[in-house]
Design a protein around this ligand. Structure first.
Ligand code: SAM
Length: 174
């Protein structure tokens, strides 16, 4: 299976803390291998993602790199491909076959408030999940599901806690 890494660019410590956390949690839950945060350094953000992985299982890597462009360039140098999620891109339903037939490791760039032009230029695919403005978490979740039909069936290793499905109430295995 190819590796899928999320690159969250231009994170802002206070304004984006919650949504950047959710980008990481959605990435992990839906089977991505790793998230790299760029922008302002936010130790608490890395800590909360790592805490979830320690409790709910992995593997899932989480790290910070101040230079998002060097992450993208290194990724491409190593033969990986890059998807940039943007409402201005090509419709995901029209390009998903092409992306899925390419077995290279995939870096998915998710923006914050302002996305630098270079992200559009460096990407192999600029991809829209509808042409409407919405949320990076929604765009990422739909993209991960379309990239991997097993994204709702991910098995987590070394979990200390697990939820068993139940009709009503909560069934938690500790
Ligand atoms: N105004 C910003 C810009 O310069 O494009 C985007 C702000 S948006 C809240 C933050 C991120 O959510 C975007 O960079 C993109 O990654 C993602 N996003 C939002 N709507 C999207 C859509 N319809 N399709 C794909 N990605 C989307």
């Amino acid at each position: 299976m190819r590796k899928i890494t999320i690159l969250r660019i231009n994170h802002r410590h206070f304004r984006d803390h919650r949504i950047s956390t959710h980008v990481g949690l959605a990435a992990r839950a839906l089977g991505a291998n790793e998230i790299i945060y760029s922008g302002e350094k936010d130790e608490a953000l890395l800590e909360s993602i790592n805490k979830i992985t320690a409790k709910w299982g992995g593997p899932f890597e989480c790290s910070y790199n101040p230079n998002w462009k060097s992450v993208v360039k290194e990724w491409k140098k190593n033969g990986g491909k890059v998807v940039h999620l943007t409402m201005y891109g090509m419709r995901i339903q029209d390009r998903i076959k092409e992306i899925n037939s390419d077995k290279s490791d995939l870096l998915i760039i998710v923006g914050s408030e302002k996305v630098p032009w270079d992200a559009y230029e460096l990407a192999d695919w600029n991809i829209a999940v509808t042409g409407q403005p919405h949320s990076e978490v929604a765009a990422l979740a739909i993209t991960l599901e379309k990239l991997n039909s097993k994204s709702l069936e991910v098995e987590f290793k070394e979990a200390k806690i697990k939820v068993n499905p139940c009709e009503k109430g909560k069934d938690i295995e500790d």
